[in-house]
Design a protein around this ligand. Structure first.
Ligand code: GAL
Length: 936
């Protein structure tokens, strides 16, 4: 019996602690004493007793195979206002075979968790077993597809497998827990969207996690807000849910009305509302409209409405999926839903640039980080008497009585009727004003709020952030360009007002002690207020664009505000100097709202003069030339020696899909889980033809030859359910030898396995040949098979990098391979032979060291040409172009995979589908981004 079976009683103790804890005000999840605590009440999580709004961004390290860039990305998330990062851990990425695990190099998650702590991000650890995530098998390793027991149940073989994974990943996560003082992991997700109802399984998981040393609160991510695993046997400490209200069809331009989630309270009880995932973009399938459309669908309007609604609904843990998507390089993608790029239309694009979606995230993120009163609010309900076309929802902090007014259009209301009277009712008094929501907009207004040393009676501008600059408070308020704003501050006596920029009118109400400022949001207005019985205030009144130029940076002395550059990453005081690190895409102004003791400013290690910082030097890339070419289908020849291939002779399989003929030809049953698989079948004597069935996953391809002659190539297609195909090939007259042995050669591309979101074992849907039968012949077919051997532990590029093409094992993809005997060709190159041909070249780059340049590989050709390309850069499989399906034509080559100073080998495996339109179009390098930066 496995040790975990003995520990169910321990789990039960933990469970009852979690449940009874949920009834009191704030309670510790971890059962033992620790250096830090993560607790919760109905409003939010509390870290060391302090209320926190966890504003989290999902990021997949396995989609960015360059650890140095992890830090870049984490720093960007932090700068954009996130205080947490959520990490799926991909079991498949680490495990080439049962019992084999690799956590080195691009798989070094220990290093990743260190980086998250160093950058100052809390971590939501989501180690699977099952992820989904548009991943091959949803993140299950390939070897799991041959198990007999049903996955995601308490079946014994499945349990033995996930326990193995847990035993490897959990100790790593455990030593990075905040509660032990070792790291910043604050939450642990035990299953993802699991609605099968196997409570024994759920109990086993939680029990195992606890036994592995996980002491932070554990949650499950419920797909449907159905309160599944909220309470009862198998329910972990916390309930979380996910939703994607805009959906995943990026042809669309509209999204549905907002939802009120307060109905969850009855089931969630005295625990906070948690979005395990909330839509941050959308995936795009083969042949889809492309990620810019996904970015538009989930753009600033979506962000403003939906994330403000989440704040209103008190989701004090919100994890946006994705904020950086990255690249499903190698064979990581689930082919049904995505191609190589997993850009996701996210706020940061695949090349790690900030898109137009960042500023709204930043506004919300800075707001919940600065205005801590927001994390503890009760609903006062809709404000009556307002314009019925506009909905005003009021919330109040029960301790401070600060109020928050959430203003947006009522569902279905016309967006032209957009001004509403607003009554502000706070301890400071009752005020009548009006507020505008132009188009589909949403605003969060604060009133009766202690803003540092000031008293904000109310403002019709939103708070971006505020910070103590030593000799003064700095507050940044913002509104839409051209809209009027009104801000009222309370003083003991009339303060002195100096307008530094913009037009700001003021009125002093001596009876109430109110200073009222009136202005229009346009660029950057600024006033300084002093006297009146309070420390000075520097008030910045920004329109959207000006607000987007601000950065709130953590420093030893608390948050610090800076503005101007594309990105500000960090700030550090050294004596009377302030050292900033950040990025610029062009020469930029830099202004810092620093204490007066700061006398000099450094930017990326250089002294700043005249308040300006430099941009990057322009870069150019060499033209790709000196291409070498080789056709590479020796496997189709009758005399090819396949004696070292495995015999495909199994008569039975665990697979729930029964084979149509025997022997079993499923690639997974022979240990070949990824990429291309070759089959060679021998039969004696004449036959009229052959019927073959093959399963590739969506957008796949397979080709068949008889004795070296091409019988045909089948494209699986991109329609829903296009996973497999069967074809009857008639043998050309005389092609099959009557007096000897004939060889059928078949090459099948496995595009990846299905996900298993429904816990229905769909990841086991077979890949490779499904069956084969000769026409007009009873001769037996004797098969051999060759795919990629699982890469051994420590193999740099991992199990999902390679398939069974000859060139992959022969080293064509690697630097240093001698291709001098290959033909010289220039691109575009036309090739009339169906099947595989390789193109290779090398290119030397000399890109500047202190610039963050992202390089892409671009393919240009007429989409009417029927071929596809697997692209390898220095041996790394960086994706697949399907010329006649698209939409992806530019592939991001992350720095680290691509040597920015040195030689690079580009090897392209081209599969030409027909005898006419094969070959390769133009291939070029392209600069996708260029920023001056200073990596840490
Ligand atoms: C969720 C799932 C994620 C991802 C997402 C869509 O339902 O939990 O793993 O698949 O959908 O991108």
């Amino acid at each position: 019996m496995h040790r975990r079976c003995l520990e169910v009683p321990v789990y039960a103790a933990i469970l009852s602690l979690g449940v009874s804890a949920a009834a009191s005000v704030a309670h510790a999840a971890p059962p033992e004493a620790s250096s830090h605590t993560v607790t919760w009440d109905r409003y939010s999580l509390l870290i060391d007793g302090r209320r926190i709004w966890l504003w989290s961004a999902e990021f997949h390290y396995f989609r960015l195979p360059a650890p140095e860039l992890w830090r870049d990305l984490l720093e960007k998330l932090k700068a954009a206002g996130f205080n947490a990062v959520s990490l799926y851990f991909s079991w498949a990425y680490h495990s080439p075979a049962a019992g084999m695990y690799d956590f080195s190099g691009v798989r070094d998650v220990d290093r990743l968790l260190d980086m998250a702590r160093e950058v100052g991000l809390y971590v939501l650890a989501r180690p699977g077993r099952y992820n989904n995530g548009e991943l091959d098998s949803g993140g299950f390793p390939g070897w799991l597809s041959t198990q007999r027991g049903q996955a995601r149940t308490h079946a014994g073989d499945y349990r033995a497998a996930w326990e193995e994974w847990f035993d490897h990943i959990n100790p790593i996560i455990a030593r990075h827990q905040l509660v032990d003082g070792g790291g910043s992991v604050v939450l642990f997700q035990v299953e993802n969207e699991y609605d099968r109802g196997d409570a024994i399984y759920m109990q086993e998981l939680t029990s195992a996690a606890r036994a592995d040393g996980i002491r932070v609160p554990i949650f499950h991510n419920d797909k449907g807000r159905n309160l599944i695993w909220s309470t009862g046997p198998g329910a972990p400490d916390l309930y979380a849910t996910d939703t994607y209200p805009a959906g995943f069809d990026c042809h669309r331009t509209t999204f549905p009305a907002l939802t009120d989630y307060r109905f969850l309270r009855a089931g969630v009880g005295q625990r906070p509302f948690i979005w395990g995932e909330f839509q941050g973009g959308a995936f795009d399938p083969w042949g889809g409209p492309g990620y810019e459309r996904c970015r538009a669908l989930t753009g600033t309007t979506f962000e403003r409405l939906f994330y403000a609604n989440n704040i209103e609904n008190q989701f004090t843990v919100q994890n946006l999926y994705m904020v950086y998507g990255g690249t499903s390089w190698g064979w990581q993608a689930d082919p049904n839903v995505v191609y190589t790029s997993y850009d996701y239309g996210a706020a940061f694009n695949e090349q790690r640039e900030l898109t137009e979606k960042v500023p709204v995230l930043q506004q919300h993120g800075y707001l919940v980080a600065s205005v801590r009163d927001l994390a503890e609010t009760d609903d006062l309900g809709v404000q009556q008497g307002a314009n019925p076309a506009v909905r005003v929802w009021v919330k109040e902090n029960p301790r401070t009585r600060a109020r928050f007014y959430f203003v947006r259009h009522a569902d279905g209301a016309s967006s032209s009727n957009d001004v509403t009277p607003l009554t502000i009712d706070v301890p400071d008094g009752r005020y009548s004003t009006s507020v505008r929501v132009n188009g589909r907009d949403s605003k969060i207004l604060a009133a009766g709020y202690d803003l540092l040393h000031q008293r904000l009676v109310y403002s019709t501008s939103e708070i971006l952030t505020h910070a103590d600059a030593g000799d003064r408070d700095v507050a940044v308020l913002h509104g839409r360009q051209g809209e009027a704003g009104e801000t009222v501050l309370r003083y003991a006596s009339e303060p002195r007002l100096r307008v530094i920029a913009g037009e700001v009118r003021s009125r002093w109400d001596a009876a109430r002690g109110d200073l009222r400022l009136d202005y229009v949001h346009s660029g950057l207005g600024r006033v300084r207020l002093s006297g009146g019985g309070r420390p000075p205030l520097e008030l910045v009144l920004a329109d959207g664009e000006a607000a987007a130029s601000f950065w709130r940076v953590d420093s030893d002395a608390g948050p610090l505000l800076a503005r101007g550059p594309y990105l500000v990453r960090s700030a550090e005081r050294r004596g009377d100097a302030l050292w900033l690190r950040g990025d610029t895409g062009r020469p930029s102004p830099l202004e810092v709202f620093a204490p007066p003791e700061v006398r000099s400013l450094y930017w990326n290690g250089r002294r700043v003069h005249n308040g300006r910082v430099p941009g990057p030097a322009p870069v150019s890339l060499p033209v790709l030339r000196d291409w070498r070419y080789r056709r590479d289908v020796a496997e189709i020849e009758p005399l090819f020696d396949d004696s070292d291939w495995a015999r495909a002779d199994r008569r039975s399989t665990n697979n729930p899909t029964r084979p149509t003929t025997l022997p079993v030809l499923y690639a997974d049953d022979y240990g070949y889980h990824y990429g291309d698989v070759w089959y060679r079948g021998r039969f004696d004597g004449e036959a009229a033809g052959i019927t073959l069935g093959a399963a590739t996953g969506r957008a796949g391809v397979w080709s068949a030859w008889l004795n070296g002659a091409h019988l045909g190539t089948v494209n699986t297609g991109t329609a829903n359910g296009d996973q497999s195909s069967s074809r009857k090939f008639a043998f050309p007259a005389g092609a099959a030898r009557a007096d000897g042995t004939n060889v059928i050669a078949v090459l099948v591309r496995n595009m990846g396995h299905n996900e298993n979101g429904g816990s229905n074992d769909h990841h086991k849907a077979p890949r490779g040949l499904l069956g084969a039968s000769l026409d007009a012949s009873d001769a037996p077919l004797a098969w051999r098979i060759r795919g990629a051997a699982p890469s051994p532990k420590g193999a740099l590029r991992g199990p999902q990098n390679g398939g069974g093409l000859h060139g992959e094992s022969a080293g064509y993809t690697l630097p240093g391979f001698a291709d001098t005997a290959w033909s010289k060709v220039t691109l575009p190159h036309r090739d009339a032979a169906p099947g595989i041909a390789w193109y290779r070249t090398t290119v030397r780059l000399a890109l500047p060291r202190d610039q963050d340049v992202t390089v892409g590989l671009r393919f240009d050709d007429d989409p009417a040409r029927h071929y596809r390309v697997l692209l390898f850069v220095n041996g790394w499989n960086m994706g697949q172009l399907i010329n006649d399906i698209g939409p992806q034509r530019i592939f991001t080559l992350h720095q680290g995979i691509l040597a920015h100073r040195g030689d690079n080998t580009i090897a392209l495996a081209v599969w030409s589908a027909d005898g006419q339109t094969g070959g390769l179009g133009n291939v070029s390098l392209e600069v996708l981004g260029n920023y001056a930066t200073m990596p840490r």
